[in-house]
Design a protein around this ligand. Structure first.
Ligand code: ZN
Length: 438
């Protein structure tokens, strides 16, 4: 096989004649001198072969690394030809030069693009000796380009779906009128997650009903009918969107968020008692009820050390409100642990009664919320579904956000989420041809 032909194949370039290859061992640099093949030079307008060569234009084009030689530059003599049919001169185009980033080959853009699926533009910039700004623009272009080819795998199991929001950024409130208005406004991105695949299917800006509608409507009506269980947090917008768009879906509330709510209610009780202890100079109770101990109070007994259990027992005998609060938390955990719907209902009724007798305001409030979400909680008891996968993905997204030192552009953030945690990458879309031409 011809050596120069092999090199041109390695670089992913066609329709050129390689005239020279210079290797610089000291700085691992390769300069490939190439001239456009006259036989493959066509007029842009009519597509016929050029009659005459007007001039050879010298261009420097960056190409992917050749083995250990990291910095590969193609010195290309591109032809400007004269077409007698159109009576004008034009540059003969080459398909392997990237149409948008003209000083890079398609192979280079795809190679760095695949690296940027895994790591930051800065890191890829250091590895390839390219400016990170240019790489960022390439990545944006590539994600936008791949978005039109993105599709869900055919064998995707859509019986369970989760929706969860992730924090995007907090903006200063622009139209603030009154002193009491909020100064900062958090913005969110809603992700539609398929737990069985562990991937984000679609996402949209905001955490409103429309945001989730936008995600769900990208599924076909058949796919939406497939959904049996939809797992959400205690957020009415998501619940109504799922019940509107997925007719067969049973909506269940996540256990994690329920526990969070009940811990919040308990924390309010703790705060009140802490204040009283301070006022009455009850040093033992004050020390036990300090904010940093709040998780010790609600954690389950098996996770505590012996001395902690001992101290807690002492506190419980001294303070009835804390004691009832802890009992209520324990009871609720026990109710959520049951797998039988009938037992759960009975335990919940008992729990309601206990709450009423306790006369603790935060718990009374919580009981009201729980009553209004009863159908969703019962769906959780029978399906045992949680948004655990979605929360795990949220964690991954948070890492991604920190790696880029935060994102300001919502579109780029959403595309990046789909790329890292979804189907917008070369593992799901075949991008092999993008090495040669766009
Ligand atoms: Zn022509």
């Amino acid at each position: 096989m011809d050596f120069k032909y092999v090199i041109s194949q390695f670089l992913g370039i066609q329709a050129v004649i390689i005239e020279d290859i210079k290797l610089f061992r000291r700085d691992l640099r390769v300069v490939v001198v190439a001239r456009q093949n006259r036989k493959h030079c066509y007029c842009n307008k009519c597509g016929l072969q050029f009659d005459q060569v007007k001039e050879w234009v010298l261009k420097k084009i960056k190409a992917p690394a050749l083995g250990v030689f990291q910095d590969v530059v193609i010195k290309l003599y591109q032809m400007r030809g004269f077409c007698s049919e159109c009576e004008q001169t034009s540059v003969a185009e080459l398909s392997w030069i990237h149409p948008r980033f003209t000083s890079y080959t398609c192979g280079f853009v795809e190679w760095t693009g695949r690296m940027m699926e895994e790591t930051t533009c800065e890191a890829v910039g250091r590895l390839t000796g390219t400016s990170s700004k240019e790489l960022w623009a390439m990545d944006q272009w590539r994600m936008g380009h791949l978005l039109q080819f993105m599709e869900l795998p055919t064998k995707l199991d859509l019986t369970n779906l989760c929706a969860d929001e992730v924090h995007f950024l907090t903006r200063r409130h622009r139209k603030r009128r009154y002193m009491t208005d909020k100064r900062w406004q958090p913005e969110f991105v809603t992700n539609l997650v398929c737990p069985s695949a562990g991937k984000v299917l679609f996402n949209a800006i905001g955490r409103t009903e429309e945001a989730l509608d936008n995600c769900l409507l990208k599924l076909t009506p058949e796919q939406r009918r497939e959904v049996q269980f939809a797992c959400v947090d205690l957020h009415d917008a998501f619940i109504s969107s799922f019940s509107k768009n997925c007719p067969n879906a049973q909506i269940c509330v996540d256990r994690f968020h329920l526990v969070q709510k009940i811990n919040g209610a308990f924390d309010q009780v703790r705060r009140e008692e802490f204040k009283t202890a301070r006022r009455t100079k009850d040093h033992f109770a004050e020390e036990m009820l300090r904010p940093h101990r709040r998780f010790v109070l609600v954690s389950r007994e098996k996770n505590l050390s012996k001395s902690e259990v001992h101290l807690l027992d002492r506190l419980r005998t001294l303070n009835t409100n804390i004691h009832t609060g802890m009992l209520l938390v324990e009871q609720f955990h026990a109710a959520l642990d049951t797998k039988n719907l009938k037992t759960f209902r009975r335990q919940l009724i008992d729990w309601y009664q206990l709450v009423r007798q306790s006369k603790l305001l935060p718990f009374l409030k919580l009981a009201k919320t729980i009553r209004s979400y009863r159908a969703e909680i019962e769906a959780f008891i029978s399906s045992r579904l949680t948004t655990a996968v979605a929360e795990g993905i949220n964690n991954k997204i948070k890492v991604l956000k920190r790696m880029g030192y935060g994102y300001t552009n919502p579109k780029s953030f959403m595309l990046k989420i789909l790329q890292r945690c979804g189907y917008l990458n070369h593992y799901s879309i075949c991008t092999d041809q993008l090495f040669f031409k766009v």
